[in-house]
Design a protein around this ligand. Structure first.
Ligand SMILES: *Cc1c(COP(=O)(O)O)cnc(C)c1O
Length: 240
């Protein structure tokens, strides 16, 4: 390659606004972990790409972002198909799940954050193809929300944990919450329940994930034990 073409390539690789925002979020996550005396390696950034085009996802994948979250199944399936040539991308389903969606989810995703009842777990287990590894799953907990009814009630959590533990194709990793408003109380309560479950069920050897914190409360969530923060707006900009 001649010197001029190297220069041209370097110029075309100038940092885009998207990569710039992503880098800021990466740094913010690291700082928040350090401030909480936690290893930054234990906090994973999930880039929530719902409503955003595949080009943006591909651009972030190229600079090293590996985990992407999607809420809307049809949109997600189209994106997964278009980007299936990219190595080292992990897809997380973070939207609500109706029964008729479980097959596509079981066949196309690596993680599911939003299991709130046993029938959904049972179907995902039955529909996970043999050729794929275990599907990593989280139980969505309704920790403080009287308005929307989504999430498992804390009083029903243990029963759901015990059920999911039996499923051979599901790997139960932990809990997920979407707090109603100011999250800090919810984060603390969820972390307590998370620790309780860990102590109650020593067989849950991969119980290691707390998915909590979004663009406007990631630091508080990390201070309270989040191991996955789900960040959309701060990386991709506002959604329509
Ligand atoms: C959209 C969404 C996010 C990202 O929210 P931002 O405020 O844009 O960071 C995180 N989690 C879930 C479940 C979402 O639906």
């Amino acid at each position: 390659m001649s010197n001029t073409s190297i220069t041209k390539q370097a110029q075309s690789k100038q940092i885009s606004p998207l990569v710039n925002r992503w880098q800021k979020v990466v740094n913010k996550v690291k700082q928040a972990a350090n401030q909480a005396n936690r290893s930054p390696d234990n906090v994973q950034l999930l880039a929530v790409s719902k409503t955003k085009p595949v080009e943006m996802i591909a651009e972030l994948a190229e600079v090293g972002q590996q985990h992407f979250g999607e809420n809307y199944l049809q949109e997600a399936l189209a994106k997964i198909d278009k980007l299936k040539h990219l190595p080292n991308i992990y897809w997380h389903y973070i939207g609500s799940i109706q029964r008729n969606k479980t097959k596509d989810i079981a066949q196309n995703f690596d993680w599911v954050h939003t299991i709130e009842r046993s029938i959904i777990a049972q179907r995902l287990n039955n529909q996970r193809p043999d050729g794929l590894g275990k599907l990593n799953v989280l139980i969505q907990l309704n920790i403080d929300d009287e308005v929307s009814k989504s999430g498992c009630q804390p009083s029903e959590l243990k029963q759901l944990v015990v059920e999911i533990m039996q499923y051979e194709k599901l790997q139960l990793r932990g809990l997920m919450i979407i707090p109603a408003k100011d999250g800090s109380d919810a984060f603390i309560k969820t972390n307590k329940l998370f620790q309780q479950i860990k102590q109650t069920y020593p067989k849950l050897t991969m119980w290691d994930t707390l998915s909590m914190g979004m663009s406007n409360d990631m630091e508080v969530a990390i201070a309270n034990g989040a191991t996955i923060v789900r960040i959309g707006t701060a990386i991709f900009g506002a959604r329509d």
